[in-house]
Design a protein around this ligand. Structure first.
Ligand code: NI
Length: 238
């Protein structure tokens, strides 16, 4: 290597090092931050009885329904209203959850549902010094839309063996509106790109209607109240 090349390489290294060891620019008013990642919905569910002694009383013992966890793709867009306050809209591709019985109907496949949980939050980005780590907190409103609810043939079979003459069952879940709290953080890799991790607690409560041969047989209050965790990347436009 001749001296000019060495100097050029040395200068490039020095510049790279100085960039990567110094703080990156904090968010500015007007920045748009897009985040995308893999999201896991982990329900903390609780429900009223369905066909047990606390529901229709068709079988002995108390029962209820459980909502299984689901994994999907989440994405969000944040508009920085000021350096510290952002308005965030969370969206996702539909999540599919299995619904099962518990208690007296432990393990019975009741059905499944898809849902979309759009959430609008106000976020605060505290001053966290000159590093590349930027945590944030958010509080907002979640609207959960349930669709393509389906019952399982196991449920139809179980009801038919108890009641007789059951040819069809249906499941309908009411949409839910509730509060959502969020905690997240970005680790800046470059001026624009960051790693992102965030977690939400969402208050999602619904009423499930089970129809037998087309007529509503039972309505069950179901609390889903999930933790939602997302791991991905953030990209900042300015
Ligand atoms: Ni709740």
């Amino acid at each position: 290597m001749n001296h000019l090349v060495k100097i050029a390489v040395g200068a490039t290294f020095a510049t790279t090092l100085s960039i990567s060891s110094t703080a990156l620019e904090a968010h500015q008013q007007g920045d748009l931050i897009f985040r995308a990642g893999i999201a896991r919905v982990m329900p903390n569910d609780d429900s009223d009885g369905v066909i047990g002694s606390n529901g229709l009383g068709l079988v002995a013992g108390e029962d209820g329904v459980s909502v299984d966890g689901a994994t999907g793709v989440g994405f969000s867009g944040t508009w920085m209203m000021t350096e510290r306050w952002g308005l965030d809209l969370l969206a996702a591709l539909p999540f599919t959850h299995d619904i099962r019985g518990n208690g007296a109907i432990e393990g019975l496949d009741i059905g499944e549902t898809k849902h979309l949980p759009p959430t609008l939050s106000l976020q605060y980005y505290p001053d966290f010094g000159s590093g590349r780590f930027q945590p944030y907190v958010g509080l907002g409103i979640n609207y959960t839309l349930f669709f393509e609810e389906d019952t399982d043939s196991e449920l139809t079979g179980a009801l038919n063996s108890i009641l007789g003459g059951v040819t069809s069952t249906e499941l309908e879940l009411e949409d839910s509106v509730g509060l959502a709290a969020q905690l997240g953080a970005d680790w800046q890799l470059t001026e624009k790109l960051s790693f992102n991790a965030s977690v939400w607690y969402m208050d999602i409560d619904t009423e499930a209607s089970v129809k037998v041969n087309g007529a509503t047989a039972v309505k069950v209050d179901v609390e889903i109240d999930p933790w939602v965790a997302m791991l991905g990347v953030a990209y900042r436009f300015r």
